[in-house]
Design a protein around this ligand. Sequence first.
Ligand code: GDP
Ligand code: MG
Length: 178
Amino acid sequence: MPITDAKVCMLGAFAVGKTSLVRRFVTSQFSDQYHTTIGVKVDKKTQTVDGHSVNLILWDLYGEDDYQKLRLSYLRGASAYLLVLDGTRRTTLNVARQLQRMAEDALGSVPFIVLANKADLVDEWEVTQEELDELVRPGWRLVTTSAKTGEGVEQAFQLLTESLIRSDRANTSAPKAP
Ligand code: GDP
Ligand code: MG
């Protein structure tokens, strides 16, 4: 059976725009309001690539993102993740690097897309193209996004869904161990 449901975790430093990206993708809305309660929010949206539909089950931490404490229960069973950084804050690039390692330790090499968010504030970006090129290793995909204008958001989720379908095909067509 091809993949039909995929748990997708939002990963990234505090205030990079994880919640805003999910809201933009799921409800086509943006809000400047800031939520500081702690918890996990789960949203669902079906994405179709080449006639193949995948129910994306989007896991998002809100409030202080304490990944150290939540790490295993949050990531467990995830098929993929979105790694978000905020172009206006260089520190979020280092956090993204750390979180990618943490996710790979916990999940192995599952599909993920790097989102360089807040493209609408590009004049205020601290993160340079060189730094992004350095971050992105072979096989990584990066999309520049804005949860505010919607730029790149649909594309990022579409790429993620394509990667999920591709890796699912690769896994199911791989020869079984004897
Ligand atoms: P989270 O902590 O990663 O979930 O970040 P939020 O989604 O709560 O966003 C943090 C702040 O950044 C909020 O004030 C958002 O309105 C703002 N924000 C998020 N994405 C963007 C974006 O693409 N552009 C701009 N200008 N602001 C954004
Ligand atoms: Mg949030």
